[in-house]
Design a protein around this ligand. Structure first.
Ligand SMILES: Nc1ncnc2c1ncn2[C@@H]1O[C@H](COP(=O)(O)OP(=O)(O)OP(=O)(O)O)[C@@H](O)[C@H]1O
Ligand SMILES: [Mg+2]
Length: 407
């Protein structure tokens, strides 16, 4: 009986445990009663996944059965890393079911640390339903290509050969890419890659030493943030930047400042004449509050709101400017799963309902896959790849940089 664990581990034939449901584009992996007792069996499992994927090709939705599955502590690192690589290389999204409370907890912790979505469900039906709706959403979005392939590109923003240095730090090195009107572009890359710097260049916070930015056909080398905003570039920040003591309503109202002929200060001083204009702006703000479903907190000082809601208010303030190009710096950082789902939905709705072009920085590859039409990858200030999300995910250069595995 001593080596039962070992024998059980050896005995698993993974080739019989992987099934493809072509209609649903689901690859179902049955890990029930599997004991990942050591690193060897973990390797055996992922080798089999690689083998099967080499035959099947393309990308699949992963459905994983964890009933009675055990991963030994010493095998967890390999197991998690293998999962991450498989996800990046082959997966359109993963749903897991049947995990014991202990396994669920470990998966959740890993997911938090490594920024993937744990997507744990109680039953197979539930998990399958989630994948099916994910698939519908992807199809609806036409993900995987730029909008309307075939027609002449309608370029809203063109970044041409931009280099930005801070002393000896090369934050951006000869970066070029384009954003087409109406699309959602994701800017990804490891920490310190230059993502935030890129947004800061776009909206005029930083002035690149080299290169140019063309927005709506107008070329510029330098631009003040105020001017960028009045030209239609809205922005949220990596760390929430709101007036904590002010209410949700008033914070969003500050986003209207540029739209106001008489200016906020003028309005405070001369209440009477500006009243009609004020009312009109209130109406616009109320619509945004309605859209973001934050009626219940309109009077609450934002400093008292949970983080996820603060992020939503900040999105509201950016929307109040009615931007043509919306820049979002990690809009989902620090959020839990439900908050991420909500935020994803609002971002998609903004794009669809208002036709707003969006550039967003995001670490969660699942979110990138869900939302974007096009991905730009930065690493050490250099653009190392760009393309539709499905291609980017299997690009070895990206995998190496993003997962920080190679040199
Ligand atoms: N104002 C600044 N002064 C000096 N160095 C800066 C400044 N802003 C950014 N940098 C440097 O430029 C590089 C890119 O930073 P940036 O914040 O753009 O990266 P990032 O991709 O947004 O990273 P993260 O994922 O951590 O947010 C880093 O080396 C950073 O230290
Ligand atoms: Mg950043």
């Amino acid at each position: 009986m001593d080596d039962l664990t070992f024998r059980a581990a050896e005995a698993v034939d993974f080739s019989t445990r992987i099934h493809f449901n072509t209609a649903l584009e689901v690859m179902e992996i049955d890990l029930s009663n599997v004991n990942f007792a050591d690193r060897a069996i973990v390797r055996q499992f992922y080798d089999e996944v690689d083998r099967q994927m080499a035959t099947a090709g393309g990308r699949w939705y992963f459905l994983v059965n964890y009933e009675n599955c055990v991963v030994a502590p010493e095998a967890w690192d390999d197991y998690a890393l293998g999962g991450k690589i498989a996800n990046v290389k082959y997966s359109n999204g993963t749903a897991r079911f049947g995990a014991s409370e202990e396994t669920r907890q470990t998966i959740r912790e890993r997911a938090e640390a490594e920024r993937f979505r744990s997507n744990l469900y109680a039953t197979r039906d539930e998990a399958l339903t989630v994948l099916a709706s994910l698939r519908r959403r992807h199809h609806f979005l036409g993900r995987g290509s730029r909008l309307d392939p075939g027609r002449a590109a309608d370029v809203l923003l063109k970044i041409d050969n931009v280099s930005l240095r801070f002393g000896g730090v090369h934050a951006l090195q000869q970066v070029s890419f384009e954003i087409e009107r109406g699309e959602i572009v994701a800017i990804i890359g490891p920490n310190g890659a230059g993502k935030t710097s890129m947004l800061n260049v776009i909206n005029g916070f930083y002035h690149p030493q080299e290169g140019s930015i063309t927005f709506k056909g107008e070329k510029r080398n330098q631009m003040r943030p105020y001017f960028a905003a009045s030209q239609g570039i809205g922005r949220t920040f990596q760390n929430v930047a709101l007036f904590k003591g002010m209410s949700t309503l008033d914070n969003i109202m500050t986003g209207r400042a540029l739209k106001m002929h008489k200016g906020l200060l003028w309005q405070f001083v001369h209440w009477g004449p500006a009243q009609a204009e004020e009312l009109e702006h209130r109406k616009a703000v109320e619509q945004i509050i309605d859209f973001l479903e934050i009626e219940h907190i309109r009077k609450v000082p934002v400093g008292r709101l949970p983080y996820g809601l603060q992020k939503r208010v900040e999105l509201g303030r950016a929307l109040a400017m009615e931007p043509e190009l919306l820049l979002l710096d990690e809009p989902m950082a620090g959020m839990n799963l439900e908050e991420k789902e909500d935020m994803s939905r609002y971002i998609l709705d903004v794009n669809r309902q208002f036709g707003t072009t969006i550039a967003l920085i995001e670490h969660d590859m699942g979110v990138v896959m869900d939302l974007s039409n096009f991905v730009v990858v930065l690493d050490h200030g250099v653009k190392i790849s760009e393309g539709p999300p499905s291609e980017i995910q299997s690009d070895p250069v990206v995998i190496r940089a993003y997962l920080g595995m190679g040199h």
